[in-house]
Ligand binder design. Structure first.
Ligand code: VTB
Length: 308
């Protein structure tokens, strides 16, 4: 796994560097596109037999890195790959903090093949009793349980939520209950993974399902708990669920349902954020910072190269 991780870090580095050229450009689509292109070119140059299982969407909507696409030379290990070439396209286009290029890999069949829909999520850090929070519980119960487990008051808890209109009621409720809210514009992979640093206490709300599986890949190695429920709230989405053989539309997935075996998670910074620093330039060189998460191992890697 570690050897594979050092190979694959080149993939997120290439995507981050490409996206960095579009930082502050206001052009989200272009920033995403160059990251996808760079990621795909690098993946295809590698001695791997890879399949994209979490990607840019289904084949008809996404010309590249679509779900089911084969990547690599075909030799080497058979792996499933989850990608988010540019997590935080808006962050990147607006030169805000926390845009990253993210990839996770595992042996064939170990990631949940989640379609590109929304996912309701709840996550907490490590060393907490199993099931301390759950999507089955009310927010009151979750906050009470968490405060009790952490031996503190609900007022001491910090809950991260994506700033979206769909969360207005949830935000109001959490504030009423006395906890503090950290509102983020985008980037819920970093919000979940950073729970293990203890910077905040809980992440909850509805974000992308692909981001949910990627975050689960990280948590499966370093601890922390997360639950996710895929949202199929239209007939069209229900049809999509059928197509990917999901029968139980209400199923709650745990970390181990989303990332079953051993996996590697890699994030390279485009702009600096909570998890990694962004791409930096000085004189004729540039450097990228990456976070590599392997079973029970967290590696901070920095690569410096000459600008050509
Ligand atoms: C989140 C967030 C992402 O999408 O998953 C969010 O983590 C959900 O989608 O960074 P909406 O923006 O439609 O609410 C991102 O913001 C972008 O991928």
């Amino acid at each position: 796994m570690e050897e594979l991780a050092y190979k694959l870090v080149k993939v997120t580095e290439a995507a981050a560097l490409a996206a960095h050229k579009l930082v502050g450009s206001g052009d989200e689509k272009k920033a995403d596109q160059v990251a996808v292109d760079a990621m795909r070119t690098m993946l295809n140059s590698m001695e791997i037999n890879g399949t994209i299982v979490i990607g840019e969407g289904e084949r008809d909507e996404a010309p590249m890195l679509y779900i089911g696409e084969k990547v690599g030379t075909g030799g080497g290990p058979e792996i499933d790959i989850a990608v988010d070439p540019l997590e935080g396209t808006t962050i990147c286009a607006h030169y805000k903090q926390g845009a990253m290029s993210v990839l996770a890999a595992t042996k064939k069949g170990d990631f949940l093949h989640a379609p590109d829909v929304y996912m309701e999520k709840i996550a907490v850090g490590k060393n907490l009793p199993e099931g301390v929070v759950s999507l089955k519980n009310s927010i009151e119960k979750n906050l009470d349980n968490l405060a009790q487990a952490k031996n503190c008051k609900v007022n001491d808890l910090v809950v991260t939520v994506l700033k979206r209109e769909r969360h207005n009621k949830l935000i109001e409720k959490i504030r009423q209950l006395g906890a503090r809210i950290k509102l983020i514009d985008d980037g819920d992979i970093a919000a979940v993974v950073s729970l293990v640093n203890g910077n905040h206490d809980m992440y909850t709300g509805t974000g992308g399902a692909p981001e949910g599986v990627l975050a689960a890949a990280a948590l499966s190695s370093i601890g922390g708990q997360m639950e996710g429920r895929l949202i199929f709230d239209t007939d069209h989405l229900k049809e999509r669920a059928k197509n990917v053989n999901i029968d139980d539309l209400e199923k709650i997935y745990t970390v181990k349902d989303m990332a079953r075996g051993e996996s590697v998670f890699i994030a390279t910074g485009v702009t600096s954020g909570e998890l990694v620093d962004g791409v930096k330039f000085s004189h004729n060189t540039y450097s990228t910072s990456s976070l590599i998460i392997l079973p029970n191992k967290l590696i901070k890697s920095q690569t410096m190269r000459n600008l050509c």
